[in-house]
Write a protein that binds this ligand. Structure first.
Ligand SMILES: *[C@@H]1O[C@H](CO)[C@@H](O)[C@H](O)[C@H]1NC(C)=O
Ligand SMILES: *[C@@H]1O[C@H](CO)[C@@H](O)[C@H](O)[C@H]1NC(C)=O
Length: 336
């Protein structure tokens, strides 16, 4: 299954408004998940978290992250949101695991790990501008399901994919499962969230039902939102670049030639790709940006350098070894 991402040059048409693309460095790598396991000082699997330093084992939706945070790893300095995904490991022939490093994207090379984050308004070629409603205080959501191991399951979500980077600019050939061959510049995990909201609930028990995909067509074809979820929200999109290059020697791969990468939740297929989001922009900064015509760089927003963002790191609260050759995945996750 392949997706052809839209070309950015197409977005330069005059009717398009605000597209944000920015870097957020790594805040911390650890086993906490305030959405799925609130309050638990040890979620089942390891995550890389980026964004504001109010990230915690539990995060009260009635408290705005900017009120607690003192810094953010994002280059938009008013963004104290938290964004997280699972962490990738390499499994050696002897069965031990090594965490795969994360590298900065094109233009964001100084980033200490982290992700590239996009907020894309509706693609509306040649049509008048329409209002895009930014996320509100207390909003959170999850896309994807870590228990999925088949293509049929993975297709319940759209656009949770991998790009096998031939070089850092490769943006074609996305797959729903892990690449089967070594990728010369690494593996980019792509996590795109649904773009329609019910307009009422800031969260839901499964952290998903309050958002939906367009009822026909796709986000890229400007498909309409379903009546149950009529409000158009920006498409939130993460790119995470796993620097698999030092594991590209196929003599290190399993003897049957299968690919050696495993998500921290024990998934060797890639179909369990998922991402989490806790909104935390200051006041109406995100809405202001969505209403403006800014493109990638947004002069309306306060910025900081990547090196400044790199300084905003959190101490690991769940103390455990996540580097070195590990005899088991953190949290004792089994590969299955
Ligand atoms: C995280 O939560 C604990 C209590 O669960 C609290 O003591 C601590 O101050 C919080 N840390 C941050 C950064 O909010
Ligand atoms: C397992 O394999 C890795 C990679 O080949 C190697 O670096 C590591 O030392 C090995 N560990 C053991 C216990 O043999």
């Amino acid at each position: 299954m392949r997706w052809t991402p839209y070309a950015f040059s197409a977005l330069l048409a005059p009717s398009i408004h605000a597209l944000l693309r920015f870097s957020c460095s790594q805040l911390v790598i650890e086993r906490l998940d305030p959405l799925v396991n609130p309050g638990e000082l040890q979620s089942p699997h390891l995550h890389q978290i980026i964004g504001g330093n109010a990230f915690n084992a539990s995060m009260d939706p009635s408290v705005a992250p900017p009120d607690l945070a003192t810094c953010t790893t994002c280059t938009f300095a008013e963004d104290f949101s938290n964004y997280w995904t699972a962490v990738l490991f390499f499994r050696a022939r002897n069965g031990t695991f090594k965490r795969v490093p994360i590298k900065g994207n094109v233009g964001f090379e100084q980033s200490q790990g982290g992700m590239t984050v996009y907020y894309t308004p509706t693609i509306q070629m040649g049509k008048p501008r329409e209002k895009i409603t930014a996320f509100k205080k207390g909003f959170r959501m999850i896309v994807g399901n870590p228990t999925y191991r088949t293509e049929t399951e993975a297709k319940r979500f759209r656009q949770l994919t991998y790009t096998c980077l031939q070089n850092m600019n490769t943006r074609t050939g996305e797959t729903l499962d892990f690449p089967k061959k070594p990728c010369p510049a690494g593996i980019m995990a792509n996590v795109r969230f649904p773009t329609c909201w019910d307009g009422v609930n800031l969260d839901s028990p499964d952290h998903m039902s309050h958002v939906a995909y367009p009822s026909s067509g796709t986000f890229e074809s400007d498909g309409p939102c379903p009546a149950s979820h009529p409000i158009k929200i920006p498409q939130l999109f993460y790119e995470v670049i796993w620097d698999t290059t030092k594991f590209n020697d196929m003599s290190l791969w399993p003897e049957d030639g299968s690919q050696p990468f495993i998500w921290s939740f024990g998934d060797a297929t890639g179909y369990g790709n998922h991402g989490d989001y806790v909104f935390g922009w200051k006041d109406n900064a995100l809405q202001k940006a969505m209403d403006s015509n800014c493109y990638i760089n947004c002069p309306e927003l306060k910025s900081q350098s990547i090196t400044e963002g790199n300084k905003c790191a959190q101490q690991q609260k769940v103390k455990e070894n996540i580097d070195g050759w590990l005899t088991e995945l953190p949290g004792g996750q089994m590969v299955n």
